[in-house]
Design a protein around this ligand. Structure first.
Ligand SMILES: *[C@@H]1O[C@H](CO)[C@@H](O)[C@H](O)[C@H]1NC(C)=O
Ligand SMILES: *[C@@H]1O[C@H](CO)[C@@H](O)[C@H](O)[C@H]1NC(C)=O
Ligand SMILES: *[C@@H]1O[C@H](CO)[C@@H](O)[C@H](O)[C@H]1NC(C)=O
Ligand SMILES: *[C@@H]1O[C@H](CO)[C@@H](O)[C@H](O)[C@H]1NC(C)=O
Ligand SMILES: *[C@@H]1O[C@H](CO)[C@@H](O)[C@H](O)[C@H]1NC(C)=O
Ligand SMILES: *[C@@H]1O[C@H](CO)[C@@H](O)[C@H](O)[C@H]1NC(C)=O
Ligand SMILES: *[C@@H]1O[C@H](CO)[C@@H](O)[C@H](O)[C@H]1NC(C)=O
Length: 669
């Protein structure tokens, strides 16, 4: 909406956090050390020099200094000279810095591997201490590096890596732009999705020239990061001259943003007079800056309030009490237009009864799918509102992730992560020449089951999707399924196992009989739809494809059932299936599919049972009975008549053959 919105909140936030940063825990986190095998002789001049160096480092660290380099030469013999430095991480308080340097010098002088070493470096998360018999100041060293990473991988590796490299690069730019001698430290945070953020840190020792700092960080980002850490949930790479680290939780302290880099820190303050004049300078600079910032903040706030007011009213009108929690997910139309190139036709990836879907890219690099409800859509507000309230609370790798929404007088837009423009429907029925292997099909069955399991059992809510079908299952680049389209989903009480509606929405061919006829929906109606999907995935044939079914081939389910009872289950398999398959897996999936489409909901397994059947091939399954829509001759026509004679709907005009369309699209509002 307005550029200033982006600046107000960080400003307020940094002022608030300023007071809290000093009270953190004082633990040190030792990481790694490298000590040379070249040793000096005990009781030598070199040793005395080293002891002097250590005490100068420790005492300097206690006087509020973050970086210090020193050279100690006692005698005239240059081979006795010791060079050393310490660097504390840019965000840690000075007492922790002091503690860290003290611990590090102690360690270097007592550890068996390091006593008498001519050169050494030790890494803590809080500081680096290094010394050598050779001068190394202002010189880049790409040796003695160290990397540590979180063994847990991010789920969406490719997009995460892109975001990571991009953010790390920017953080490195920030850190390297400070002049020689100045503190070279930067952090950044950016959103991975609405639930997760990426936090990055980069720092160089202050003796480096800016160009050397950048090449040091470049080497870490481009040579070390890809090998160790890039797809992980966190990683750190430490070298003597520079460090990088990222996590998906905030691991650094927020700093008040310094107006300009100050080249302090090379030399510790030596007398109190200097200190006094320094604090006067600080007051002189800080007071006007703080007042100016406060003034600007207030000004922006007033403007921001005014600009947000109308959209806030709209938000409250639509979402009532929930509007405050949804505020952070609201995008303005300008951002969406930028992302989708003003809804250009090239960006369009789909069209439904509700409107168009566009692909887009946000400024932070995230790919999004934008579902824009057309003004003429009668589906409109209710499903829009419902979908937002629900999906904002759900997160699972087999569900399409929700990013946000845009709500203005004339526009209703939902924003999801971009998965792909291919759905399961497209793969099963769209391109006969492009067939899936059994391995992929099995993977899709299992992933979809997990997504439904999450909806039914594992999210904080108990969600019935009500419109499970292949066109609502998107496939990502690795063919992992992600359930989408929650416009019809409903939340039911955790202990409620059935609900009723007199407004039956969903898609024929996938609706359970009790839902289609009586409007009763439950977990078991989703299980029914899933069962149909399993059978479609195995056979490559669509259920209830009325124009194709002749009398001796009475549709998908009767065909499956006939072959099941004739003990020829494998003959229903998609004939073009390319690769080999395991008979036991296929047969088990057919049996699970048949169990899911039992007419009596109580005979169908729960999705939790389905997941365990798929995971553990030794669990014995109950024997399936004749499936629904077949046993008592209930066919779609009968269902349709029932429905159109009830006074709650006007779906009688819907053509039978259009199996894929949601009936909800035909509802008047
Ligand atoms: C080094 O000096 C200490 C005491 O200053 C003495 O105990 C030790 O024996 C000496 N070591 C050598 C190798 O001279
Ligand atoms: C610290 O490093 C700088 C930059 O290389 C160098 O000019 C200076 O002499 C060093 N200071 C000490 C005390 O060694
Ligand atoms: C300097 O010390 C080294 C070994 O510590 C020794 O070999 C060399 O002769 C010394 N040089 C002078 C000028 O004393
Ligand atoms: C530092 O020590 C190494 C190993 O003993 C030696 O080869 C090198 O010449 C020394 N460098 C200086 C400047 O004394
Ligand atoms: C250094 O840190 C380690 C681990 O935190 C601790 O055990 C040790 O006592 C510390 N030493 C000093 C000198 O603080
Ligand atoms: C994480 O990904 C890497 C490389 O992609 C792989 O080698 C490793 O096994 C994965 N770790 C886990 C825990 O999945
Ligand atoms: C990072 O920056 C370097 C140089 O600044 C550039 O060569 C590289 O392509 C950048 N990488 C990314 C992912 O932006």
């Amino acid at each position: 909406m307005a550029w200033y919105l982006k600046y107000v909140i960080p400003l307020i936030f940094s002022i608030i956090t300023l007071n809290f940063t000093a009270t953190r825990a004082q633990g040190l986190s030792y990481q790694y050390q490298v000590c040379s095998t070249n040793k000096f002789t005990p009781n030598s001049t070199f040793q005395r020099d080293l002891t002097t160096l250590f005490s100068s480092l420790s005492s300097t660290a206690s006087s509020n200094v973050e970086f210090f380099n020193n050279t100690v030469t006692a005698g005239t013999n240059s081979s006795d000279t010791v060079y050393g430095l310490f660097l504390c991480r840019g965000d840690i308080p000075s007492d922790l810095c002091n503690h860290c340097v003290g611990n590090a010098t102690q360690r270097l002088s007592t550890h068996a591997d390091c006593t008498l070493s001519k050169a050494a470096v030790v890494y803590y998360d809080e500081c680096i201490v290094r010394y050598s018999n050779r001068s190394f100041f202002s010189t880049l060293t790409m040796q003695a590096g160290y990397a540590l990473w979180n063994p847990t991988n991010m789920t969406n590796q490719e997009s995460f890596k892109r975001l990571l490299y991009d953010t790390m690069n920017k953080t490195a730019d920030d850190a390297a732009h400070f002049p020689t001698g100045a503190k070279k430290f930067a952090t950044r945070e950016t959103s991975i999705d609405i639930f997760q953020k990426l936090y990055c840190l980069a720092q160089c020792t202050q003796d480096l020239f800016p160009g050397d700092c950048r090449s040091c960080l470049d080497s870490l980002i481009n040579s070390d990061l890809p090998g160790c850490c890039a797809g992980s949930q966190g990683g750190r790479v430490y070298y003597p001259n520079c460090i990088i680290r990222f996590e998906i939780y905030p691991f650094f302290r927020s700093l008040p943003t310094a107006p300009t880099p100050s080249p302090a820190g090379l030399v510790p303050p030596t007398n109190s007079g200097e200190n006094k004049s320094r604090s006067r300078t600080i007051i002189l600079i800080v007071v006007p800056i703080v007042s100016l910032a406060t003034f600007l903040t207030l000004l922006y706030y007033v403007l921001w309030r005014r600009a947000r007011k109308s959209s806030k009213i709209l938000l409250r009108k639509n979402f009532g009490e929930e509007s405050s929690t949804l505020q952070g997910l609201q995008f303005d139309l300008v951002t969406i237009k930028e992302a989708t190139n003003n809804f250009s036709p090239e960006n369009e990836i789909g069209k439904g009864g509700f409107g168009e879907v566009y692909k887009g890219i946000l400024l932070d690099g995230r790919y999004i799918a934008v579902k824009r409800l057309s003004k003429s859509s009668r589906q409109g507000s209710v499903e829009f509102r419902n979908e937002i309230l629900l999906i904002a609370k759900l997160q699972h790798k087999n569900l399409v992730a929700f990013i946000g929404f845009c709500l203005e007088e004339e526009e209703k837009i939902l924003i999801y992560e971009y998965v792909s423009n291919r759905s399961l429907d497209y793969f099963l029925f769209g391109y006969p020449e492009e067939k899936l292997s059994w391995y992929q099909r099995y993977n899709i069955i299992k992933g979809t089951a997990l997504g439904i399991f999450y909806l039914h059992e594992y999210s904080r809510l108990k969600v019935i999707h009500r419109d499970l079908k292949p066109s609502n299952v998107l496939l990502d680049e690795n063919m992992n399924p992600k359930i989408s389209d929650f416009g019809l989903a409903r939340i039911v009480d955790i202990d409620q196992n059935r609900a009723e509606t007199n407004r039956i929405v969903g898609t024929y061919g996938y609706m359970s009989p009790e839902y289609a006829m009586f409007g009763q929906f439950s977990e078991k109606s989703d299980v029914f739809s899933f069962g149909i999907m399993i059978l479609e995935i195995i056979t490559g044939k669509k259920n209830g494809n009325s124009y194709k079914s002749n009398e001796d081939d009475g549709g998908l389910m009767s065909n499956v059932w006939r072959n099941w009872t004739n003990q020829t289950p494998l003959s229903i398999l998609e004939p073009n299936m390319k690769e080999n398959y395991f008979e036991t897996e296929v047969i088990r999936c057919i049996e699970i599919g048949l169990l899911c489409v039992q007419e009596n909901p109580n005979m169908r397994p729960t999705i939790a049972e389905v997941v365990s059947y798929l995971n553990d091939l030794t669990i014995e399954l109950p024997s399936p009975q004749e499936p629904a829509f077949f046993s008592h001759g209930i066919d779609q026509k009968a269902v349709m008549q029932q429905e159109s004679s009830s006074n709650s709907s006007v779906i009688g005009s819907m053509p039978f053959s259009v199996n894929e369309m949601s009936i909800s699209d035909f509802y008047p509002r």
